[in-house]
Design a protein around this ligand. Structure first.
Ligand SMILES: [Zn+2]
Length: 384
């Protein structure tokens, strides 16, 4: 039986009692601050424990929407493999890569869009609204196209052209916002207040975290049911890192694992609100986030509180990298592994290169780089 629990006050809600945030804790919420009262899905962990079978892994045990509502759109099942060529060069014995840029629309965001569209099928909703830096929008547009839904998208006009082209071709209604992702986020919430339709904004709709969680479950499955020691994750809004945390949290609550992987929050130097929050304990918006890593460029990260918790509960840490380090890392990754990651994802390898000789990493441990977006979505940032 699926329930929702508020991440602040712990109040538990029945499935259809709430749609977005905890009504009590979000009373004071207004766009311009991180979300308050983000909901998390609670499963029957005893049931999962009883029914889990390694020889026949039933993913649906961990799904917040029943499979009969799933869109007919294949997401996930992306490659997870060891990158010895790069690992040897920088002295890491057990370096791995999860290439989620190979999802159908080219980013990990397909996972969240898939689950929100499934939820739309369950509650019989045709229109789905979102704000995005580009990847979530193209992912939503793609999944909606496959399932006869209408995607209504608020996106900064500065979004990379390839992502805008995707949205148009998939047939979404695209509202280009003269401003930042944060402006698009605010406008999409205003739109949702006045119009019918389900809002897919990241963390605002709790199933975005659940959708992104599947990448963590998949890593566990592809790693022969072992927990990696460390996972490096690019962080903008803080939802992907919360999703990866939720995957291992669910596995631990179900008694299937004993420890969590250490989660490393990687942010761009000029878009580092969550990093600063983790370091100082004081939350502050970032003025004018300005980085080539557009997917993680955000002034007000909607899921700041849960991202901080994911790092702290997993004994991880946070780090920032600058644009030069990101571009250099993008080239290193591509030329040593054959994987072309977009700048935000390349930030993970930039962080590893920056800290490779620090005591934050043990070079014998299994370390995973999470690649969340395909480099072909943003070729203008590459200087040749
Ligand atoms: Zn609450």
């Amino acid at each position: 039986m699926i329930k929702y629990k508020c991440s602040i006050c712990d109040k538990v809600y029945k499935r259809d009692e709430v749609k977005y945030l905890c009504p009590d804790c979000s009373k004071d919420y207004k766009p311009g601050i991180p979300l308050k009262g983000v909901l998390e899905v609670v499963f029957d962990y005893e049931y999962i424990k009883k029914n889990f079978d390694k020889s026949n892994f039933n993913w649906n045990l961990f799904s917040a929407v029943e499979p009969e509502y799933f869109p007919k759109y294949p997401v996930g099942n992306t490659p997870f493999f060891r990158i010895d060529n790069l690992g040897k060069e920088i002295g890491f014995e057990n370096l791995w890569l999860k290439n989620d840029g190979l999802n159908p629309s080219g980013s990990l965001k397909d996972r969240a869009s898939f689950l929100v569209v499934a939820e739309a099928n369950r509650i019989k909703e045709k229109n789905i609204v979102t704000a995005s830096t580009g990847n979530a929008a193209s992912a939503l547009a793609a999944v909606c196209a496959s399932d006869n839904k209408k995607a209504i998208i608020f996106v900064p006009e500065s979004s990379p052209k390839a992502k805008l082209v995707q949205m148009y071709l998939y047939g979404a209604d695209v509202i280009k916002v003269k401003g930042t992702y944060d402006d698009a986020f605010r406008m999409s919430l205003e739109y949702t207040e006045k119009n019918p339709g389900l809002n897919r904004n990241t963390a605002y709709h709790p199933l975005t975290i659940e959708g992104k969680k599947t990448v963590g479950l998949e890593i566990f499955f592809q790693n022969n049911f072992k927990v990696p020691d460390v996972i490096l994750i690019p962080v903008g809004d803080g939802v992907i890192i919360s999703g990866v945390y939720k995957a291992f949290y669910d596995l631990k609550e179900s008694g299937l694992i004993e420890k969590l992987p250490r989660l490393v929050c990687v942010q761009a130097e000029k878009s580092s609100a969550i990093h600063n929050f983790i370091q100082t304990g004081i939350y502050k918006n970032v003025d004018n986030p300005n980085t080539i890593a557009d997917s993680i460029s955000v002034s007000v990260p909607s899921n700041a509180y849960l991202a901080k918790r994911a790092v702290e509960k997993s004994n991880g840490f946070s780090v920032t990298v600058n644009d030069n380090e990101i571009l250099k890392a993008q080239k290193t990754l591509a030329s040593k592994t054959g994987i072309f990651a977009e700048p935000s994802s390349s930030a993970t390898i930039a962080a590893l290169l920056k800290l490779k000789d620090s005591d934050l990493f043990n070079k014998k441990e299994q370390i995973v780089l999470l690649i969340t977006g395909n480099g072909l979505k943003d070729i203008d940032s590459v200087k040749i």
